[in-house]
Write a protein that binds this ligand. Structure first.
Ligand code: NAD
Ligand code: UFG
Length: 338
């Protein structure tokens, strides 16, 4: 299939491109590079052994720009990664998040249907469950109250796409709720390249390990968890990328509306991740306990069995692989793509 990959220069998009090409698909990337660099696409091309990845620097809110891309290519489906994703920033700049993520996706969906492309895989998030009513979280678990505008954009866009699919059954919509993607391609050539101070745990750990930051702040050790620190379902980004290829197979069969958790089903605490990282990589990660971070929940991990039953997909990599590959990327690229 020929796939439009919005946000394809970013962390998850770049890893997904590799798995798409490996599975025999082709892709065109649309990205405005607001949180990424074209260098990631050059490295993806080197990994998959092609000259270049077709790329259009377009903002998904730019209806004319997007229409030109659709006029120039036939797409069988879109994998829609483009969006802003920093939780804290979304609290400071809600309008910018609703505009970018919601307006952008509305334009994309409209241009897609005008061009007869009605197959979409959407990057949603475990954040849509809010403070989950049950652990492990199944897709049956009701959606909850999000604690920030970023989360609401995901939850609202799920609703938009579900309603569109209900009104027009020609649409095939796969909502993928990611748990906590970390790790990097085993080549060490591509990985996560956050701007400024990392918000998320693993990039913060790797920057401490490489000497860019003095110590990790652990946000709270008084949660109701085995060691008091927050528990999450970390998933290797390569596994996550393969989940998209599995979802494409499903979409090709005319799947209607479906939603899947993409996680491993295992929860690790902050301190377990820190200690695994130190053990696997032989480096030390000094840390200090800090107060809880607003909006955090104690425990969040998936039941990923629906994705196994219906997509034949399950995560292959463990926490040690994730720690090794995150460090391999950071050590080889201390300044990311710069
Ligand atoms: P990322 O920031 O690395 O990638 C997103 C890409 O989208 C970037 O390359 C950015 O330049 C591009 N982009 C943003 N707004 C755009 C616009 N208006 N027009 C065109 N391009 C635009 O983030 P990521 O970690 O790869 O995440 C990909 C998707 O998965 C996002 O939608 C994110 O919300 C979602 N997600 C991520 C996580 C996570 O922890 N990384 C968890 C759950 C869901
Ligand atoms: N944490 C620290 N110190 C840090 C960063 C994080 O102790 O410097 C802790 C957090 O308190 C939490 C755990 O590490 O217990 C994981 O935090 P992350 O920020 O890495 O991830 P979150 O679970 O908070 O959220 C992430 C993404 C969201 C997404 C969610 C579910 O940031 O966008 O996973 O997919 F919605």
């Amino acid at each position: 299939m020929n796939i439009l990959v919005t946000g394809g220069a970013g962390f998850i998009g770049s890893h997904t491109l590799i798995e798409l090409y490996k599975a025999g698909h082709s892709a065109v990337v649309v990205d405005n590079l607001c949180n990424s660099s074209q260098e990631s696409l050059r490295r993806v091309a080197a990994i998959v052994g092609i000259e270049h990845i077709p790329f259009c620097q377009v903002d998904i809110r730019d209806r004319d720009g997007l229409s030109h891309v659709f006029d120039a290519h036939h797409f069988d489906a879109c994998i829609h990664f483009a969006g802003l994703k920093a939780v804290g920033e979304s609290v400071e700049k809600p309008w910018e998040y609703y505009d970018n993520n919601i307006s952008g996706t509305l334009v994309l969906l409209d241009v897609m249907r005008q061009h007869g492309c009605k197959n979409i895989i959407f990057s949603s998030s475990a954040t849509a469950y809010g403070n989950p009513q049950q652990i492990p979280i199944t897709e049956q678990c009701p959606k909850g109250q999000c604690s920030n505008p970023y989360g609401w954009t995901k939850s609202m866009l799920e609703q938009v796409m579900s309603d569109m699919q209900k009104a027009d059954p020609d649409w095939n919509v796969v909502l993928l709720r990611y748990f906590n993607p970390i790790g990097a391609h085993p080549s060490g050539l591509i990985g996560e390249d956050p701007n400024g101070i990392p918000n998320n745990l693993m990039p913060y750990i790797t920057q401490v390990a490489v000497g860019k930051r003095p110590q990790l702040g652990v946000f709270g050790n008084d949660y109701d968890t085995p060691d008091g620190t927050g528990v999450r379902d970390y998933i290797h980004v390569v596994d996550l990328a393969r989940g998209h290829v599995a979802a494409l197979k499903k979409i090709g069969q005319g799947s209607g509306l479906s939603v899947y958790n993409l996680g491993t089903g295992h929860g690790y605490s902050v301190l377990e991740v820190v200690h695994a990282f130190e053990r696997v990589n032989g480096v030390s990660v000094p840390y200090v306990i800090k107060p809880r971070r607003a909006g955090d929940i104690a425990t969040c991990y998936s039941d990923p069995s629906k994705a196994l039953d219906e997509l034949g997909w399950r995560a292959q990599y463990g926490i040690e692989d994730m720690c090794r590959d995150s460090w391999n990327w950071q050590r080889n690229n201390p300044d990311g793509y710069r």
